[in-house]
Design a protein around this ligand. Structure first.
Ligand code: NDP
Length: 328
């Protein structure tokens, strides 16, 4: 038997999260059964657990879009019992039971072998948010963005994507500007590597189609007016990697930055990213992200406290990452 968070839909349409005891026979089909050591709380988990957006496609559902652990049994030759593995996305925690449980059974194609130099705890201190931050950094670098081009802006700075994007970019030698609504966390953001703090209120309202060229590039996890203002403030030929919607899913922008300044807006998706790209991202995370910074950026909770922490995350009250220890 193992504990799991199970989401169900109440008669009034609200989502109910309960901790239940399950056994192996309850798990969905898949080639690999994994003992989950750690999962995490990402923005999407917050939406699923609170029911604030229709992330969950069928009920009952075990949420948790990522996990790290070790293989218990496998009918696929690529994995054997004891192998350390991690998983992000693929609809896990949305349409296939996810990581907020002592065990998971998934497709072998979805699993990433634990990269050298990484353990399950650190892998999930990074989690989907951190892996997405790396995909954003890779998107900028694919476009040739280099430190000499000028400062790079990270929005949603205190969030999971934001904090890890700051640490990664600073580690690569970029001058990082961090946009946040929590100016009281400026010291934490500077500790991660931010050189300058931007009040997110200055980017949150409708702005002009073209503004002063302030940043060579940006990683945006906020969307809406913020993304529009960021695009309008990117210098000639610069690049924006957009991955999130913390302010909103809308994009009230003009084409001016794209057609007059050659700015590129690159969309970043972590859920269905090809395996080859995931392997590069995880190898780079293991090599480039200082683990001491990661520890300072992470709070650990047990499964019993995960639903409350998910509500705090959606309320914008979580700094950095929330790790869920399935053994706690
Ligand atoms: P977090 O909740 O950890 O961080 C979001 C941050 O955005 C907050 O900490 C806050 O930062 C800022 N924020 C919150 N509300 C607002 C608002 N109304 N206006 C402006 N800023 C706001 O979430 P994650 O970092 O895990 O995820 C961030 C976004 O990225 C989410 O929308 C998520 O869905 C998306 N995402 C997308 C992925 C993909 O595959 N494309 C994968 C992972 C995440 P501060 O307090 O510093 O202002």
């Amino acid at each position: 038997m193992f504990k799991a968070m199970v989401l169900s839909k109440a008669d009034d349409g609200s989502t109910r999260a309960a901790i239940e005891s399950l056994d192996e026979g309850d798990l969905p089909a898949g080639e690999v059964r994994v003992a989950v050591d750690y999962s995490t709380l990402n923005y999407k988990d917050g939406l699923a657990i609170t029911g604030k957006a229709p992330v969950v496609r069928k009920f009952p559902m075990v949420p948790g879009i990522d996990f790290a652990g070790h293989v218990l049994e496998s009918s696929d030759a690529r994995f054997k019992p004891g192998d350390a593995v991690l998983l992000n996305g693929w609809g896990v925690g949305e349409s296939h039971w996810g990581g907020l449980a002592g065990q998971a059974r998934v497709k072998a194609d979805w699993l990433v072998p634990m990269p050298a130099g990484m353990d399950a705890r650190h892998a999930m201190a990074i989690g989907t948010a951190g892996y997405t931050a790396m995909l954003c950094v890779m998107a900028l670098q694919d476009r040739g963005v280099a430190p000499a081009a000028g400062p790079v802006l990270v929005t949603g700075a205190n969030g999971g994507v934001g904090t890890i994007a700051i640490a990664l970019l600073a580690g690569l030698g970029f001058t990082v500007h961090a946009s946040t609504g929590r100016l009281e966390e400026s010291d934490h953001l500077k500790g991660l590597g931010a050189a300058e703090i931007v009040d997110r209120a200055t980017l949150a309202a409708p702005g002009k189609p073209l503004q002063k060229e302030r940043w060579a590039a940006a990683v945006d996890s906020v969307g809406s007016h913020t993304l529009a203002n960021v695009c309008a403030s990117i210098s000639y030929g610069g690049t924006v990697a957009a991955c999130g919607l913390a302010q909103g899913m809308d994009f009230p922008a003009s084409v001016a930055p794209f057609i007059l300044r050659g700015v590129a807006l690159i969309g970043v998706d972590s859920v269905n990213a090809p395996m080859a790209r995931r392997l590069i991202a995880w190898r780079r995370l293991a090599a480039e992200l200082p683990m001491d910074l990661l520890d300072k950026n992470t709070r650990t909770v047990g499964l019993d406290a995960a639903a409350d922490a998910a509500a705090q995350l959606l309320a914008g009250k979580v700094r950095g990452r929330v790790l869920v220890d399935l053994a706690a």
